[in-house]
Design a protein around this ligand. Structure first.
Ligand code: SER
Length: 318
């Protein structure tokens, strides 16, 4: 059956690249990009349909779904961990009311599928930190994490109760060179590259030895699309797949960058985001994703760093 995919939050770090990738695969006119207010890049704007609406407005969301005959919704709209601690009620409002609107519309209109990403932010200080299992303690300390746990439970509820096909994966920190991330605790792992190339120095808001799970954008896009394409009957999990690619500390990332930019220096001035990072795992066990839909990452720290520097040099040093 023909797919008409609506990407909500298509101007953000992941949404913008996912839009371009999905248009390549499914055709420009079959992927509708949308956002609340931030204008899109030329590439996103010109490659297919684009709509402005607020996901908290169910009527507006419904009108866009009707206009294009949407069959799949991908919900990339979220207030992330650090931004969510500055405005917890906004994080609740957008993350939860946006999601319930999407799930309800998809149920009413008998859509084929909803993809709702989750995050390593669902874990908390009581979660086993190393090789964090698929099934484990979910007691996050951030509002973002709370909304993501609730989102996973809600997604699985819609699968069980209404037979709606809802899927989701727990993204680690995502590293990319097209669109900057905004409001996350893992954002340092992108900012460090911009600063290394432009100024050869970076002040990190996390401590040198803070290990976090991370993933390069090509793997993130692949994980997202592979999960969406997976055979539903083979899935035992639905809204909460652990996915893993690499784990590193700011110190290890800086050392890897120094292999390419010898005079790069880093200093550490931890802020409120340190406590968030300290509540998250070091590394993730993603065997359920590997077994149920064949997940396998391609980029490790060395390959990601090399590719990031090559691409950002082209972009920043014109
Ligand atoms: N990158 C996100 C954050 O830092 C984690 O999902 O909030």
């Amino acid at each position: 059956m023909k797919k008409k995919i609506l990407i909500v939050g298509a101007v953000g770090q992941i949404g913008s690249e996912l839009t371009l990738k999905m248009r390549e695969i499914y055709g420009g006119s079959n992927v509708i990009a949308s956002t609340r207010k931030t204008p899109p890049s030329e590439a996103v704007l010109n490659g297919g349909p684009f709509e402005y609406f607020d996901v908290r407005d169910r009527a507006a969301l419904g009108a866009v779904c009707d206009k294009y005959g949407v069959t799949h919704i991908v919900n990339m709209a979220a207030i992330l961990s650090a931004a969510g601690e500055k405005d917890p009620l906004l994080a609740w409002d957008i993350n939860m009311n946006g999601l319930i609107n999407i799930l309800e519309l998809a149920r009413e209109k008998k859509m084929q599928q909803v993809l709702v990403p989750s995050s390593i932010a669902v874990f908390g200080p009581e979660t086993p930190r190393e090789n964090t299992p698929q099934e484990t303690v979910l007691r996050p300390t951030t509002m973002y994490g709370i909304t993501k746990v609730a989102g996973e439970l809600l997604g699985d509820y819609y699968v069980r109760k209404f037979g709606l096909d809802v899927r989701g994966l727990r993204y680690p920190g995502i590293i990319s060179h097209e669109t900057l991330p905004g409001g996350g605790t893992t954002d340092y792992a992108v900012a460090i590259f911009y600063e290394a190339i432009q100024n050869k120095r970076y002040t990190c808001f996390l401590k040198e030895n803070t290990r976090l799970p991370m993933m390069y954008m090509p793997d993130c896009l692949k994980a997202t699309i592979d999960l969406m394409e997976a055979d539903f009957s083979k899935l035992k999990h639905h809204s909460d797949f652990n996915v893993s690619a690499m784990s590193f500390t700011p110190g290890e990332l800086a050392a890897e960058i120094k292999k390419h930019i010898r005079d790069f220096t880093i200093e550490y001035q931890p802020d409120f985001r340190q406590a968030i990072a300290d509540s998250w795992p070091d590394s993730i066990d993603d065997s359920a994703a590997r077994e149920e839909w064949g997940w396998k990452p391609s980029y490790d720290l060395a390959a990601m760093t090399k590719d990031m520097i090559e691409n950002l040099k082209k972009k920043l040093l014109k």
